[in-house]
Design a protein around this ligand. Structure first.
Ligand code: MN3
Length: 200
């Protein structure tokens, strides 16, 4: 059985950038629903129900075809949100990329600001619902996006950073202003967690 992890901070901890009400709906309703749907889909599929979520998203090709797309959608919804919560933290001026991570961002994108510009542009340009990712591919940092709840982990790429650009992630506070949500989100990126993942 898959479980809904608690938020690693209080619902209001990311304010004013991401508001308490959005966090409640996003975690307690949206994320919780993916968990419930996934458990329901796999209730007669013991082999898959026992997997770690990371293993499950790398095993989609083995899922019976009749439920495969639904499992892809809901397992992606579970694991993507797990990353999203972990990769945010209350604003802290000292929480900035440094050391080897900063060097890698500089060499891949020509500086932290350039990286943020590129990542934001990808997030703004993502048509419809999806996710933006920083991944390491062949030892190089790369920004990619995925549609719906698809995850680069299915292709074996560990996410270093991710941003949810589904409307449910920002509509209550920002309505149609995705650009404002993206700009605000940079204030609550958990660079310590990005660095931890990068060093692995
Ligand atoms: Mn979401």
């Amino acid at each position: 059985m898959f479980t809904l992890p608690n938020l690693p901070y209080a619902y209001e901890a990311l304010e004013p950038y991401i508001d308490r009400e959005t966090m409640h709906f996003h975690h307690d309703k949206h994320h919780a629903t993916y968990v419930a749907n996934l458990n329901d889909l796999l209730k007669d599929q013991k082999e898959f129900a026992q997997m770690e979520i990371g293993q499950l998203v790398r095993s989609f090709n083995k899922i019976p075809e009749a439920i495969r797309q639904k499992v892809i959608n809901n397992a992606g919804g579970v694991i993507n949100h797990n990353h999203y919560w972990q990769l945010m933290s209350p604003k802290d001026e000292k929480n900035q990329p440094q050391g080897k991570l900063l060097e890698a961002l500089n060499s891949a994108f020509g500086g932290l600001e350039k990286f943020q510009e590129n990542f934001s542009a990808k997030a703004l340009g993502r048509f419809g619902s999806g996710w933006i990712w920083l991944i390491a591919k062949d030892n190089k940092l790369e920004i990619v996006d995925t549609a719906n709840q698809d995850t680069p982990e299915s292709e074996g790429y560990k996410p270093l950073l991710t941003l949810d650009v589904w409307e449910h992630a920002y509509y209550l506070k920002y309505q149609n202003r995705r650009a404002d949500y993206i700009k605000a989100w940079w204030n609550v990126v958990n660079w310590k967690e990005v660095e931890k993942r990068f060093n692995r």
